[in-house]
Design a protein. Structure first.
Length: 279
């Protein structure tokens, strides 16, 4: 009998000891799991990708896509999403509350309007680049165009320009044609595009004999050639202001990219695509 009691006591002690060990192991596992979860959360937070929406003039497309590759490589937590279009249309989108962190315009008037409405930070905007207006024709075409006066020739049936009210390049073209006293006379030949890249496409596809685009756009296509540069005295200087949108939820990241666009590295890319840097 006593022998059985001793055995029972020993078994009870062993069982209790095993339960204690199991409890300690569970607690240790819980702590380890908690620490792992905390570490994973910190890693996730550190690696969180910040998306910046950049509303930019269509004429900046090629240069900005190259800049995007370099910037995202150096800043892997930043993803740049570009919204390319006519500067006037982009201005309206920002006015209507469309998400945007930065605005890169092809005309100072669009930036000025947003600053006056306090939608852009007046202290975080500046003129970055300049451009030139040219008339282009199909590279393999035979349009008899060598000067603005040639646009009146019967052989020139369609002239493409951006919508003057919303596309800065179209507005500059209107100024130049008005200065040459040809704007009214050429109205029946006008084909309007929603942005400067569409104007370029009209000439590339033969839907227009001549088109007014920026020098930078002409350089991007081997399907067109410059017929003549437009006299810079006949239109407002083409300036490209950039700035940070006040409503941005990522002010630091937006400001960092805004500053990067002013570095020599970024400016060299813009120059490569035909832009000029104001003195």
């Amino acid at each position: 009998m006593f022998k059985n009691v001793k055995i029972s006591v020993v078994l009870s002690v062993i069982l209790a000891f095993m339960l204690i060990i199991a409890g300690c192991g569970t607690a240790a596992n819980d702590r380890a799991g908690s620490q792992a979860s905390s570490t994973n959360a910190q890693t996730t937070e550190t690696a969180e990708t910040i998306e910046l929406t950049v509303s930019a003039a269509a004429s900046m497309t090629d240069a900005l896509k190259e800049i995007q590759q370099a910037y995202e490589t150096k800043n892997p937590n930043i993803q740049l999403n570009f919204n390319f279009g006519a500067s006037g249309a982009l201005q309206q989108q920002i006015e209507q509350g469309a998400p945007a962190d930065l605005f890169l315009s092809a005309a100072t008037k669009n930036m000025k309007a947003l600053v006056e409405q306090q939608l852009m930070d007046a202290n975080q905007q500046k003129n970055l680049l300049s451009n030139e207006l040219v008339a282009v024709v199909a590279a393999d075409g035979s349009a008899p165009v060598a000067s603005v006066a040639d646009l009146s020739k019967p052989d020139v049936k369609n002239i493409a320009i951006g919508i003057p009210e919303s596309v800065p390049a179209g507005g500059y073209a209107k100024e130049a044609l008005t200065s040459a006293k040809l704007w009214d006379a050429l109205q029946s030949k006008m084909v309007q595009g929603k942005d400067v890249r569409q104007v370029l496409q009209y000439v590339e596809t033969g839907n227009a004999d001549v088109g007014f685009v920026y020098k930078t756009d002409a350089l991007t296509s081997d399907k067109v050639k410059v017929a003549f540069p437009v006299d810079p005295k006949t239109y407002t200087p083409v300036e490209y202001p950039i700035g940070v949108v006040k409503a941005t939820k990522h002010n630091k990241e937006a400001e960092d990219f805004y500053n990067y666009l002013q570095t020599q590295e970024a400016l060299d890319v813009f120059v490569k695509y035909g832009f000029s840097v104001p003195n």
